[in-house]
Design a protein around this ligand. Sequence first.
Ligand code: ADP
Ligand code: MG
Length: 401
Amino acid sequence: MAPRTIMDVDDKSLEGKRVLVRVDFNVSVSNGSVGEDYRIRMAIPTIEYLSRRGAKVILASHLGRPDGRDPDYTLAPVARRLQDIAGGAGIRVRFASDCVGPAVESEISQMGRGDILLLENLRFYKEEEANDGEFCKKLARQADIYVNDAFSTSHRKHASTFGAARLFDMRLAGFNLNKEVEYLSMMREKPPKPFKVIVGGVKIKDKIGALENLLPKADKVIVGGAVAYTFLMAKGVKTGKSLIDHERLPWAEKALAKYADKIMLPTDHVTAQSPADTSIMMVKGDIPDGMAGFDIGSETIEHFSEEVSRSNGAGMIFWNGPMGMFELRAFANGTINIAKSLALAYWRGAKTLVGGGDTLAALKKSGVAENEVSHVSTGGGASLRYLAGDEMPGLSVLDIK
Ligand code: ADP
Ligand code: MG
C-alpha cells in the first residue's frame, strides 16, 4: 500500500528531500504581530518530524483574503513567530519574499538539511484559488514530496491543496490532518455507542448536512443555542423574538417527526428583550412576545448535563455550537455547564469531540482544559463538510476518503 502519512515513509526517503508542507497559518495579525498562535504551535510536530529527519521543509499557507500582493497580508510576522518557536538548536527558519518564482527557487537551492523555509502568502496570486495549471506546476517543481497538514483547507480545490499536490508522486498527510480524519471518520462511519450529538449556535445552514448524516446514527441529539428555537417553533412552542431560521423550519419539522425520541429540546430559557437588556427573565415553556431566548434555563441545564455526563465508560459525544450567547456573562451558564459535563463524560471514559470556532472559544472560557477533551477539531467548516459527506479535494488527492 502506498504511504499515506509522513510516519509511513522510512527516514531515508525524507533525508535531504525538499518537502512542500501545506499548513494553515491563517492567524490574526495586527500591527505586524501575530495574535492567537495555536495554528503555528499545532504545525510544530509535523515540521519538526520532517526537519529532524534531514528534510528541507518548505511551508506554504494562505493568510486572509488579499486582493493581489497586499503587504497587510504578508506572512512575515508568522515567520518571526515560527523562528521563536521552532528555531534554534541549529535549525534556521527563513522567510521567502514570494511563494513561486526564481527568487524562491534560488532560496530553496541554498537550503540545508533540516532547514525550514516559509513561503509568502499563496493568495498573493489569484492563481492559487483558481487552481491554475501553470501556478500548480511552479509550486510543485520546487519540491520532491508533498505533505498536507491543513485539514481546514481540504474542502477547497486550490492549487496548494489539490492541483499542485496531484503533480507529486509522493503525497502524504501530516499529523494534524491525519488525526482529524481519524476522529471524524470514526464518527461519520461507525461512532462508538452510545453516540450523542450536542448542537447549538446559530448557523443551521452550515450544520444541516452534518446533522443529516449524524441523526440516524445518534442515540441522542441535544439541541440548544439559537438552533433550538427553530426546532421549538417547528413543534408549535411560542418562541417570541428568538432567532429563527425560517428557511429551515420544514427541515426541523421533518427531523422532529422522524427522530422524536432522540431529540432533546430546552424546556426553559433565559430571556431578555435584547442581548443588551439587563432585566433578564427566566421562562418555562412558551416565550412571551417581545422576549428572546439567549440561553438554556436551569431545568434544561440539569437535563442536558445529566444526559451528557452520564457515561458507562464507552461511547462518543460530539459538540458543535454553544448553548447560548455565551460571550455575555448573563447568557453563558448553559454553555459553561455543558462544557463541564462533557469533561466529566471524558473522565468517565467517553470519547469526546468538540468543533466549531465559537464552540472552541466557549470551551476555553468554560475553564475546561484541552486535555479534558479527546479531540479538539480545528477543521472548522471543513470538518462539517466532511461529516456531511461532501467532496474533499484535498483529501482525495491524498487517497483519503
Ligand atoms: P460555531 O462557530 O461553534 O460553529 P455558530 O457560529 O453556529 O457556532 O454559533 C455561535 C454563536 O451563536 C455565538 O456567537 C453565540 O452568541 C450565538 N448564539 C448561541 N445561542 C444563541 C441564542 N439563543 N440567540 C442568539 N445567538 C446565540
Ligand atoms: Mg461560528
